[in-house]
Design a protein around this ligand. Structure first.
Ligand SMILES: Nc1ncnc2c1ncn2[C@@H]1O[C@H](COP(=O)(O)OP(=O)(O)OP(=O)(O)O)[C@@H](O)[C@H]1O
Ligand SMILES: [Mg+2]
Length: 392
């Protein structure tokens, strides 16, 4: 009997942000019963999950009890109580991707050691227990400037990363166990999402290229196809496949790379879940990353990752200077542009640079999609009512 399509499969998703919401939207097409765990009742996925469960992703009991409610347990963030996941696994619960893989990825130090051990190209690094140990090593001239410091745990969206260019920059040094990496002369940042199921089938998405907003250190525009060479693209796709195979992972893995000033393709980090750099796949690829994640964790055949049309994705970020109940400007005008697809996550409160939604622009040429995306970027603003001095 096909349990999946006869509708009593219970899928649990830890955390109910926008990634969880979009995963649930796909799961509902297959009539899967969805459970979401999040501490915030107003989280984006809360209102569309079949069952919303209040609780914290980092709390042992919340995660453990939640896992007991479902047939298959997955997550949309890395920051999950790993002990609870391991206990659930040891009791026969299906947790995908595997908790041990998440444990490795949660720790940027272990992640870097994994790349080194397996000959995956990545920037040179050293691991330190504390900021004092780093300062000592600088005194002994064992570390030279510039360098990049990353907290081993808990960083996201650039928080937990400090670029230190010289002695004056040491004021930015973060407290805690961290990795010190060589600063790469970055030419481009790209990402490849790859999926693998239990049968060992692997499918990669085309390379996407990220353009960053220098103020927010968040992805500003994401283009597909990217402008890198065929050789670089093949290298990235092969490395992504190699990493997911080495990990023996079931699920979706987003691999972030740098292309340095010599054209080398270097792995930065991975995320074992749907990813911001895959939003465009909803409209521009035959199988979206969310559907692919479901296929991968349920051991179904993986879907085609063929690009239908060139696309540009922009995040809709909270405008600077506004904090409070969100109101949107420019949506109607943007929708009037051909090929513009708007996604609002339903976050009630906006803050400067908070990810409130995204827009994918499709066109027959990337140049045209880029122009339209820039217009949309100027048009859409997320502001707030009178909870900040700079209100409307
Ligand atoms: N070794 C490096 N050399 C130069 N720049 C770097 C290096 N490592 C990171 N960066 C810059 O810092 C950004 C954030 O780093 P990283 O992706 O490792 O952290 P993160 O907090 O996980 O971010 P996110 O959640 O946005 O992926 C990178 O996208 C890149 O622009
Ligand atoms: Mg990153």
């Amino acid at each position: 009997m096909e349990r999946l399509v006869t509708s009593n499969l219970k899928l649990g998703i830890i955390a109910g942000g926008q990634l969880g919401k979009m995963l649930i939207q796909e799961a509902s097409k297959w009539d899967i019963i969805t459970y979401v765990l999040d501490h915030d009742e107003d989280c984006p996925a809360g209102s569309i999950a079949s069952h919303y469960i209040k609780g914290s992703n980092v709390d042992f009991d919340s995660v453990y009890q939640f896992g007991k409610m479902v047939d298959v347990l997955t997550f949309e963030i890395e920051n999950v109580n790993i002990e609870a996941l391991k206990k659930l696994k040891s009791e026969g619960q299906r947790v995908v991707p595997d908790p041990e893989i998440l444990e490795l990825i949660q720790d940027k130090g272990l992640q870097k050691e994994f790349y080194k051990k397996n000959g995956i190209p990545t920037s040179n690094f050293r691991i330190f227990e504390s900021e004092n140990a780093i300062l000592n090593a600088i005194d002994k001239e064992e570390i030279s400037f510039p360098f990049v410091q990353k907290l081993r745990r808990g960083g996201y969206d650039g928080r937990g990363v400090a670029v230190i260019d010289g002695k004056n920059g040491l004021i930015k040094l973060l407290m805690g166990a961290s990795v010190i990496e060589d600063k790469v002369d970055i030419e481009k940042e790209i990402s490849v999402i790859v999926a693998r199921n239990k049968k060992g089938e692997i499918k990669c998405y085309p390379v996407v290229e990220m353009l960053f907003d220098p103020h927010a250190n968040l992805v500003d525009k994401l283009i597909c196809p990217s402008s890198i060479t065929v050789e670089q693209s093949e290298k990235a796709v092969n490395l992504a496949s190699e990493i997911i195979e080495l990990l023996h992972m079931e699920g979706l893995l987003a691999v972030e790379f740098f292309i340095d000033n010599k054209g080398e393709v270097i792995v930065n980090e991975v995320a074992p879940r749907p990813h911001n750099s895959g939003h465009h796949t909803i409209e521009s690829i035959i199988t979206s990353q969310f559907e692919q994640h479901l296929r991968a964790i349920l051991n179904l055949p993986l879907g085609s990752t063929k690009l239908k049309l060139p696309s540009v994705m922009i995040n809709i970020l909270g405008a600077d200077g506004y904090e409070g109940r969100a109101i949107y400007e420019g949506l109607t005008e943007s929708m009037a542009i051909d090929g513009v697809k708007i996604h609002l996550y339903g976050k009630k409160i906006t803050k400067p640079y908070r990810k409130m939604g995204h827009v994918t622009v499709l066109s027959t040429s990337l140049e045209c999609a880029l122009k339209k995306a820039e217009t949309v970027k100027q048009l859409i603003k997320v502001k707030s009512w009178k909870e900040n001095h700079q209100t409307l």
